[in-house]
Design a protein around this ligand. Structure first.
Ligand SMILES: *Cc1c(COP(=O)(O)O)cnc(C)c1O
Length: 432
């Protein structure tokens, strides 16, 4: 498509957008009574308008039924997670039995590593992307220590080539092969939080299995953003948070995936709790843990009803939108347009002030573009805020912007470009 840098072009794309009515289902934050152009769904998704009613509904259930709410009412809490499982499965390309909402992301990373990081003899290493999200680094570091290893020896990080920002799949595969006998676990983020690079999950998963390793993914920035096929790609396990692209609210509940091929593997360690116990016998309170089959068997504590209600309501919007495929089609064009608009700003400025480090090809990225501001980055970011454009800032010089297909418009992207140009001209004192 030949893009144009003008309002009527952006509005024409919006008029043709089948998903445009979803925007009105979300609440945009305001500044001086004016809506922000919100390009920060990679960090915290917007609040669906139904959220307040949904929470109120569960508060009413609590008020009306109290403890009987576990088994009474239209959505008994005891079985409530099953409603979510049905809707989570298509988001990550899984069977409903393979997914379960529970806990929060880093907690689930730990629980899943307890099961799937099983060092034996020489095979004790974990391979991950260099520059992973800090929480993942800390979790992995503490897991290898827990098993008595030195993180310096037990963790292999794959970094980009000198002077580059992005990993090449071939380099990842080569590193996996080089360490074929030593790697117990391949554990990457599906999309890197900093660069926005979407790794070739299918190929990396296959390469990990070929050397006899277990392969898991942290989908914090991928779930609800790009189409992943966890079941078909034969991924062993995965987890994600739901508050970024899935709009479940701050600290929202996490999801886990365990491939069905692992359901009957009795050699997996687990840190167990009563909610992972066989559902039909849970209240017999018997001695000796026997897990509920499927991902549900990894639950530890009782259902977090309020966060689940928020996630459920948001998943219903995804269902109405046709889950990931229609959103992805819009997302590719929307992100391409954002890239075009940023390059237009550079052109008008007459310098490459903004360098996009996210890969250029849609199959290597999701909704997020990470943009190095060559000069005065923080001032420009603050200037954007003052002009009602909300993205996020990562030290030392990266602005991350994400146009989210469920609630962002092409007009948002065009107007963000106008604001970026205005702020850049001001701050860099460029005359055109
Ligand atoms: C956002 C994010 C987290 C956050 O973890 P919480 O446990 O939800 O605080 C962890 N890992 C990655 C890769 C993330 O992007």
């Amino acid at each position: 498509m030949n893009f144009e840098n003008n309002l009527s072009f952006a509005q024409t794309l919006d008029e043709a957008d089948q998903l445009r009515h979803f925007r009105s289902q979300f609440i945009f934050p305001k500044h001086n009574n004016k809506d922000f152009i919100y390009l920060c769904g990679n960090s915290l998704g917007l609040q669906p308008k139904v959220s307040a009613d949904v929470l109120k509904g569960q508060l009413d259930n609590w008020a009306n039924y109290a403890v009987e709410g576990w088994f009474d009412g239209n959505e008994p809490w005891m079985f409530y997670h099953k409603e979510l499982k049905k809707l989570m499965a298509p988001i990550v390309g899984a069977l409903p039995a393979e997914v379960c909402p529970m806990n929060t992301l880093t907690v689930n990373l730990h629980l899943l590593m307890v099961s799937f990081y099983q060092p034996k003899g020489k095979r004790f290493k974990i391979i991950m992307e260099g520059g992973a999200f800090p929480s993942d680094q800390y979790a992995i570091e503490s897991q290898v220590r827990f098993h008595g290893f030195d993180p310096k020896e037990a963790i292999i990080e794959v970094f980009p080539k000198e002077g580059e920002e992005i990993l090449h799949t071939d380099d990842i595969l080569a590193k996996i092969k080089e360490n074929a006998d030593d790697i117990a676990l391949v554990l990457f983020g599906g999309i890197n939080y900093y660069t926005g690079q979407w790794y070739d999950m299918k190929t990396i998963t296959k390469a990990g299995h070929e050397i006899g390793a277990i392969v898991g993914w942290d989908l914090a920035h991928a779930a609800g953003n790009v189409p992943v096929k966890l079941h078909d790609w034969d991924v062993d396990f995965a987890c994600w948070c739901s508050y970024k692209y899935q709009n479940s609210g701050p600290g929202g509940i996490s999801g886990i995936f365990v491939h069905e091929k692992n359901f009957n593997n009795n050699n997996l360690n687990r840190f167990a709790g009563w909610w992972g116990y066989q559902e039909n016998k849970r209240f017999k309170m018997e001695k000796g843990f026997i897990p509920e089959p499927g991902a549900d068997g990894w639950q530890v504590s009782c259902t977090q009803v309020m966060p689940m209600a928020l996630y459920h309501a948001s998943l219903q919007l995804f269902e109405q939108a046709g889950f990931i495929e229609p959103l992805r089609i819009k997302s590719i064009t929307l992100t391409n347009y954002l890239e075009f608009i940023i390059n237009e700003v550079n052109k008008t400025l007459g310098i490459t002030q903004y360098k996009i480090i996210t890969p250029k090809t849609p199959e290597d990225r999701g909704a997020q573009l990470s943009i190095i501001a060559q000069q005065e980055g923080k001032q420009i970011f603050d200037g954007l805020m003052a002009n009602h454009v909300l993205g996020d800032w990562r030290e030392p010089n990266v602005i991350r912007l994400s146009a989210v297909p469920l609630y962002n418009s092409f007009e948002d992207v065009f107007l963000a470009g106008q604001a970026l140009l205005k702020v850049s001209l001001d701050i860099l004192k460029i005359k055109i």
